[in-house]
Write a protein of this length. Structure first.
Length: 153
């Protein structure tokens, strides 16, 4: 796998299937994704190798005897489902996952380098509008950190 990047729009069909952009499919080494409830009211879809690394890190970093750690395991790992990409390049998203992200018809698909986000188009538009100020502040903070790191070299 190289990098899953780009912003795409596509339509969820009546059977809950969503076509993945060919550019994203070309970056996948398998015809399977692990899809889970994401943060910020979207879905996260991982290539199996990336999901394995992430889930192993979470398991190694948590203890099932501790309530907080069980919460993280249940909420983060529990909603994940392995979904095949069909020959037409579509994923069939289960009803529960579609409902968790309020996916209706129009969807935004965002490559995040090592995973994909799937948003309802209206939800994504609202998220972008409501987070504009926080985004600018985070960029400025990142720019300052990058500058400090360069000066420290």
């Amino acid at each position: 796998m190289n990098y899953l990047t780009g912003k795409y729009t596509n339509t969820l069909d009546d059977k809950g299937r969503l076509s993945l952009p060919s550019r994203l499919r070309a970056e996948l080494s398998e015809s399977v994704l692990v899809v889970k409830e994401g943060e910020d009211h979207c879905l996260w879809a991982y290539p199996p190798d990336q999901w394995k690394l992430l889930s192993q890190t979470i398991i190694a970093s948590t203890n099932p005897l501790l309530p907080e750690d069980r919460l993280i395991r249940r909420r983060f790992l529990g909603s994940a489902q392995e979904i095949e990409i069909d020959k037409a390049g579509r994923v069939s998203l289960p009803q529960a996952l579609r409902e968790s992200a309020s996916l209706c018809r129009d969807c935004v698909i965002l490559g995040q380098n090592d995973y994909i986000e799937i948003w309802d188009a209206k939800e994504y538009e609202g998220y972008v509008e409501s987070s504009q100020g926080a985004y600018r502040a985070a960029l400025e903070k990142l720019g300052n950190t990058m500058k400090q790191n360069r000066e420290g070299l």
